[in-house]
Design a protein around this ligand. Structure first.
Ligand code: HEM
Length: 122
């Protein structure tokens, strides 16, 4: 009886420990994002520049880096209007739509979904 109790207690202890050690893997995305920032997920403009095609399209906007590859076909303008900004610093373009008009709050919310990193200055 004591032996069984001892085995159960030991097994529970290690299971609990394992659970704590790997718990952040099971956290939902909203919780994982700040963890990624805390761990320093930074990309430089040089790295952004390597993703400059429509199929592989990163942009730096307001200090954050976005992978917009899957969003491009959904953008409600002529494809060229947004494609030319792939691989570039595009804060001004996003802020003005290149015609002195701001994007909507809905656009801002969509943009946030594509964030992959924070922009590193150098
Ligand atoms: C960075 C370069 C970009 C440029 C030059 C650009 C330009 C434009 C233009 C010309 C329009 C259509 C005309 C208009 O509504 O005034 C438009 C609409 C829109 N764009 Fe962009 N866009 C850019 C990036 C983005 C990104 C990254 C997103 C979101 C992930 C986005 C989301 C939208 C949405 C949702 C609309 C519909 C109108 C609105 O909600 O503001 N755009 N954009």
């Amino acid at each position: 009886m004591m032996r069984q109790l001892f085995i159960i207690a030991t097994a529970s202890f290690w299971l609990l420990l394992l659970g704590f050690a790997s718990s952040d893997r099971w956290l939902p995305n909203q919780v994982q994002a700040p963890l990624l920032i805390a761990r320093g997920n930074f990309r430089t403009l040089g790295e952004v520049a390597r993703h400059k095609t429509a199929d592989d399209c990163w942009m730096a906007i307001n200090g954050e880096v976005y992978d917009l590859s899957s969003y491009l076909p959904e953008h409600p303008s002529e494809p060229e209007v947004i494609k030319v900004w792939c691989g570039r610093e595009a804060s001004e373009a996003y802020r003005t739509k290149m015609k002195n008009r701001a994007h909507s709050a809905r656009a801002d919310r969509q943009l946030a979904e594509y964030r992959i990193a924070t922009l590193q200055d150098r």
